[in-house]
Design a binder for this molecule. Structure first.
Ligand SMILES: Nc1ncnc2c1ncn2[C@@H]1O[C@H](COP(=O)(O)OP(=O)(O)O)[C@@H](O)[C@H]1O
Ligand SMILES: [Mg+2]
Length: 224
């Protein structure tokens, strides 16, 4: 049976620019099942990063219902809600940003180990994940001693090593040259298919979006 990883219904989000409210997400609904991928596209400023942040609890919607990995969130704020989100992010949701979010004082291998430890997973396979991503020989290097593409591979190693149920990737190759971006994206899709986790990928690359099972264009949402 396919399990529902995520379901969002009627999400709304406004920010304020001066005194003026600016609607960023309006009556937005989406769903994702186990092993599926969903591309979020839309011009810069269309709300991709805001939606990714809402889907992992870093930002709260103004209204709407959200169920992520069996946990229901319906706009209730407070410490308990924050703790539930923090636990999901630590253990089950891998987030990848445009710039790899590595601890500068730790080697690539220790970055992977730290992430895995936080997720409560076994550290034994960490080096294998760097090998799988083609950066095994760089395990002892620090983030500022490797290239942007290698850092982003390390970020992917961190995320897959924690065995997430869901990966949220916000323009993960946006800072890389085209060739490196294609390599890193290929690895992301291969590993996602092999390990069967869900993937939500924000991108402005339409070609990339066609490689996902589903596609949601935030530039063309129906009016609320
Ligand atoms: N914390 C914030 N405060 C005010 N406005 C914000 C904030 N975060 C995002 N925005 C605005 O919301 C809109 C959507 O931004 P964002 O989600 O970053 O879009 P995208 O990722 O598609 O480029 C933009 O107009 C942006 O300026
Ligand atoms: Mg963005």
């Amino acid at each position: 049976m396919v399990a529902s990883l995520l379901s969002a219904r009627g999400l709304n989000k406004q920010f304020h620019s001066g005194n003026q409210p600016v609607s960023v997400l309006s009556n937005l609904s989406l769903s994702l099942e186990q092993g599926e991928s969903l591309a979020l596209t839309g011009r810069s400023g269309s709300g991709k990063s805001t939606l990714i942040s809402i889907l992992c609890g870093l930002e709260q919607p103004d209204s709407g219902r959200l169920t992520v990995l069996g946990e229901a969130f319906d706009g209730d704020a407070g410490r308990q809600t924050e703790a539930r989100w923090a636990s999901l992010r630590r253990q089950q949701i891998g987030v990848v940003f445009q710039e790899a979010n590595l601890m500068p004082a730790l080697s690539l291998l220790d970055n992977v180990r730290l992430r895995v430890r936080l997720a409560g997973q076994d550290e034994d396979g960490c080096r294998d994940w760097l090998e799988r991503l083609g950066i095994g020989e760089l395990a002892a290097r620090y983030p500022d001693q490797v290239s942007g593409g290698q850092r982003q591979r390390a970020a992917l190693a961190m995320v897959f090593a924690m065995k997430p149920a869901l990966i949220l990737a916000d323009e993960p190759t946006g800072s890389l040259d085209r060739h490196t971006a294609e390599d890193v994206t290929g690895q992301l899709f291969d590993l996602q298919a092999r390990y069967g986790c869900g993937l939500i990928l924000a991108t402005h690359d339409i070609e990339l979006a066609t490689r996902c099972n589903h596609h949601l264009d935030l530039g063309h949402q129906p009016e609320a």
